[in-house]
Design a protein around this ligand. Structure first.
Ligand SMILES: [Zn+2]
Length: 161
């Protein structure tokens, strides 16, 4: 990660774009709420400072008495984990790491709620991959796909003309 520029990202459809001035702790949370909210194997978030939505507006679901989660109402991409500020907690915002344009640079540094991880998660690195013959067999299918996903950088207008 570099510190001389802010961190941009957005949802899959591009209706929402965001920018964070700096990043804090990156984590993988295996709690059942993060599994459900992301529709994935875990919540993978990084805390952010000076966070701004630069295009569109988040919609929120209050998933508990102390947390609300922001997402794109147009495409459904989960984007934020927002803890209320209370007398005993400072509050804060976590952003979905995969929603950042340079997500590969933001590696988690801690696991949370590991006891409730999906039991097969630990076996993922050992799973087989598609064979070369299978890959070749579907190459034409993939070659014909036209992506409607927003590119991994800010755009002046969207959709692109
Ligand atoms: Zn969207």
């Amino acid at each position: 990660m570099t510190s001389d520029q802010s961190y941009t990202g957005g949802c899959q459809c591009g209706a929402i774009r965001f920018r964070a001035a700096s990043l804090g702790r990156a984590s993988v949370c295996h709690c059942r709420m993060c599994q459900k909210a992301t529709g994935g194997i875990a919540g993978v978030f990084v805390t952010v400072a000076a966070f701004d939505v630069t295009r569109g507006a988040l919609k929120h679901f209050r998933s508990s008495s102390k947390v609300r989660r922001g997402f794109c109402a147009d495409c459904g991409t989960p984007l934020t984990f927002e803890i209320d500020r209370t007398e005993t907690a400072g509050g804060g915002i976590g952003m979905s790491i995969a929603a950042f344009d340079r997500a590969a640079e933001i590696a988690p540094m801690i696991q949370l709620a590991r006891d409730t991880r999906l039991p097969w998660v630990d076996n993922l690195p050992a799973l087989p991959e598609r064979s070369p013959a299978e890959t070749a067999g579907i190459a034409a299918h993939y070659a014909g796909i036209v992506s409607h996903q927003h590119p991994d950088h800010d755009t002046e207008t969207w959709p692109l003309q």
